[in-house]
Design a protein around this ligand. Structure first.
Ligand SMILES: [Zn+2]
Length: 69
């Protein structure tokens, strides 16, 4: 029997979300199921196996990011 049933992951604990911050601007991040999204710059940090990866190099830049002029 296949056991590749999709299991909804546990949400990131609120206490952990409070501690986590965007490494770029230290703004709060929001749990968006597959990613943690910075509330300031909009970078998206992947959540792998339930562990948020708060690395700038692994973050996806926000869509429609505007260059700072
Ligand atoms: Zn940020």
């Amino acid at each position: 029997m296949a056991e590749n049933v999709t299991v909804p992951r546990m949400p990131i604990a609120p206490e952990l979300l409070e501690i986590l911050a965007c490494p770029v601007d230290h703004a709060a991040v929001t749990d968006e199921t597959t990613h943690l999204v910075c509330s300031s710059c909009g970078r998206r940090y992947p959540i792998r196996d339930g562990i948020p990866v708060m690395l700038v190099d692994d973050a996806e830049p926000p869509a429609g990011e505007r260059p700072i002029s």
